[in-house]
Design a protein around this ligand. Sequence first.
Ligand SMILES: Nc1ncnc2c1ncn2[C@@H]1O[C@H](COP(=O)(O)OP(=O)(O)OP(=O)(O)O)[C@@H](O)[C@H]1O
Length: 210
Amino acid sequence: MLEVESLQRSFGGVRVVDDLTFTLAAGEVVALVGANGAGKTTTLRCIAGLDECDGGAVLWDGSPLDERDSTTRREVCALLDDTAWFPDLTVAEHLAILAQAHGEEARVVVDALDALGLADLGDRMPATLSSGQTQRLRLAQALVRPWRLLALDEPEQRLDADGREWLGHYLRACADEGRAVLMASHDHTLCAIAGARLLDVERAHERADG
Ligand SMILES: Nc1ncnc2c1ncn2[C@@H]1O[C@H](COP(=O)(O)OP(=O)(O)OP(=O)(O)O)[C@@H](O)[C@H]1O
C-alpha cells in the first residue's frame, strides 16, 4: 500500500530524516516514535507531500504518491497541521462541507459528532471550542470522508483519557477493516490500544546501516 524508500530530508545541512525505509500494509497501524526532534513530523509531512524530500521515494500502490491527484486525495487523509477553520462556519458546517465534497451522505456528520462527543457543539464556532474539543473536531474530519490511509501527527495531543482510549479503538477498528494508519505518537497506551507497530525513526536508520 505505502512504500517509503530511503527518505531523506535536511534542514540547513542537518539531516533530520536519514535514509528511512519502511512499508505500511492494509490492516496496519504504524506509529513513528522517537525523541523530540527525531524527525517524525518531517517524515509525515514529506510522505503527505506537504514538504519536499531531498531524496528517496514515497510510493502509493506502487506509484509515486502525488497529493494533487484526485484519487490520492480521496484515499489519503493527512491531518497533520493545525487546521485553519472558517470564522463564520459552525462545527457541523465544517464537517458537512467536507462530507459533501467527498460525496458522503449528510448523516455521517451527525454520526461523527456523536462519536467524538461533540453532539451538543455542532452549532458552535470552532474558535469557541476548548483545545481538546478542537482536537476532537480535527479528528472528526476522518469520520466524514473516505480514506485508505490516515496520517496523524501526535493525535493524542490535548485529548483526555477517554478521548485517547476512543481514538485507539477507532484506529484499530479502521485497520481491521483493511485501512492503514500512519501516526507519530509519544503515547504508548494509544499505540498499544491501536495495536500499532512501532517504528523508531532514529533506530530505523541504524538498523538499515546494520
Ligand atoms: N522548517 C524547518 N526548518 C528548519 N528546521 C526544521 C524545520 N522543520 C523541522 N526542523 C527541525 O527538524 C528536526 C526534526 O523536527 P520534527 O518536527 O520532524 O521532529 P519530531 O520528531 O516530530 O519532534 P517532536 O516529537 O518534538 O514533535 C528538528 O530538529 C527541527 O528543529
